[in-house]
Design a protein around this ligand. Structure first.
Ligand SMILES: N[C@@H](CCC(=O)N[C@@H](CS)C(=O)NCC(=O)O)C(=O)O
Length: 222
């Protein structure tokens, strides 16, 4: 059995969606970001970076994996699904996965910080990260005009990683107007039952818990 340490955020959903897609049995240990549980000593032994998500694979000598991209690759390799074995097809998936991990995630993450949480509104920073996120969406648009999924005709871990973030574009204040290929892909991937199920793990926070998490994020970032 795999134990998933997670919270209701884009990086967390990547892993619950992948576990649902792959049909792997797993248990969920919700981590309260509002209470800074991710910084506690016991959790740092699982993820030295003190962030969610992380997994422990109890069927593989209690092996711990952190960094959502590394977790997706680990799960795909464990099952032989969602990541092709043929070298070029595999490389294409890795390219788009790295594009998410090094580009879309950090840029949208910073857009969220400056647009939603920063104690002071800094227009330059808000604009910088929203514009860079929009530019990355336009890169995806060029690809998705001719391609069913992001790395080709097959659904892969790159779709899971990117969808989890791009679906939250409104929260980041980034428009997808005019990006018809991206819209089509958002709907296509968003309709998968594993995506719907994975996005409800762990169950959404109550309004009070959510407010507490936002307050704690603001304090951490002040
Ligand atoms: N590169 C990491 C990023 C993980 C990350 O930023 N997680 C956020 C939630 S989406 C988190 O734990 N934030 C709380 C904190 O920074 O303490 C990954 O992809 O796993």
């Amino acid at each position: 059995m795999i134990e998933l340490y997670t919270a209701a955020t884009p990086n967390g959903w990547k892993v619950s969606i992948a576990l649902e897609e792959l049909g792997l049995p797993y248990s969920v240990r919700p981590i309260s970001l509002g209470k800074l549980e991710q910084k506690e000593e016991w959790f740092l032994k699982i993820n030295p970076n003190g962030r969610i998500p992380a997994i422990v694979d109890h069927d593989n000598g209690d092996f711990a994996v952190f960094e959502s991209g590394a977790i997706l690759i680990y799960l795909a390799e464990k099952t032989g699904k969602l990541l092709p074995t043929e070298a070029k097809a595999r490389s294409r998936v890795m390219q788009w996965l790295m594009f998410q991990m090094g580009g879309v995630g950090p840029m949208m993450g910073q857009a969220n910080v400056f647009f939603r949480y920063a104690p002071e509104k800094i227009p330059y920073a808000i604009d910088r990260y929203q514009r860079e996120s929009r530019r990355l969406f336009e890169v995806m648009e060029r690809q998705l005009k001719d391609s069913r999924y992001i790395a080709g005709e097959e659904y892969s871990i790159a779709d899971i990683a990117l969808h989890s973030w791009v679906a939250g574009h409104e929260w980041s204040g980034v428009s997808i107007d005019g990006l018809t290929g991206l819209r089509r892909w958002l709907d296509l991937v968003g309709a998968r039952s594993a995506v719907i199920k994975g996005r409800s793990v762990p169950p959404p926070l109550s309004p009070e818990e959510r407010a507490k998490t936002v307050e704690s994020a603001k304090k951490m970032l002040a």
